[in-house]
Ligand binder design. Sequence first.
Ligand code: ATP
Length: 270
Amino acid sequence: MLHVSSLTKRFGERTAVDNISFTVDRPCMIGVIGRSGAGKSTLLRMMNRLADASDGSITYEGREITGLKGALRREWQSRCAMIFQQFNLVPRMDVVSNVLHGTLNKRSTFATLFNLYPQSDIHRAIEILDRLGIAEHASKRAEALSGGQQQRVAIARALMQDPDIILADEPIASLDPMNAQIVMDALRRIHEEDGRMVVCNLHTLDTARRYCDRVIGMRDGRIVFDGEPDALTTTAARDIYGAGDDFSEGATSTQIEALDRTELAAAAYA
Ligand SMILES: Nc1ncnc2c1ncn2[C@@H]1O[C@H](COP(=O)(O)OP(=O)(O)OP(=O)(O)O)[C@@H](O)[C@H]1O
């Protein structure tokens, strides 16, 4: 269904994504891992068409995406929603209006200018917030919510587009372990319950192992690993992170696992 072929992005002399190819033949949850500067964000931005490719192509269900322009490009962007590390909400606007912004690509300029939303869209926005466990905050300003809650608002805004694919660029990098777990659980549920493809850039191995069906490891713009989490041996991880013999997975941990262990221990003593 999704075919990335010889995709390349150059910024002047620097090649951020270097001739990468992969195919996704069913909706699954994919983790893209690698150290800072490996090219993960640039890959997602090209997939969503926030950035143009220098070379290569992306096709989705047989349709060429890389060259789409104007309204067709916007239509693709609503089928392929993006979530960012910094949430990208409008801080002073209430939560439900932020979620309704997810329909912007489908609305007229007039409706957008005057903030006119159909009742059915407002009901849907509340339903989505409810599904993500934050409906009670619908009328609050986005800036009044915690980081984890704001990221769930951003996920709700993405779901409002009813996308086939959700691209998440470091969605938990700004969150504490507990909120990181809540956000990753939400993304996993959206994949499992709705059958949407989720592609998630992650800094850390443990999160990729725990949540993803497939892991793509990038180093210096190239794919150096592509397989199931079980195949991600210490040697493979070392290769991805360009580390020596002293490489320890702990250094790339988000501590979600540690959080679970703490909860288990607390439960044992309760
Ligand atoms: N707009 C840009 N102009 C110039 N160089 C860029 C631009 N965007 C990214 N790069 C360079 O491309 C390379 C890959 O960057 P990218 O942000 O894709 O990596 P990343 O793996 O997502 O890293 P991080 O985890 O730190 O976000 C880096 O060397 C970066 O400096």
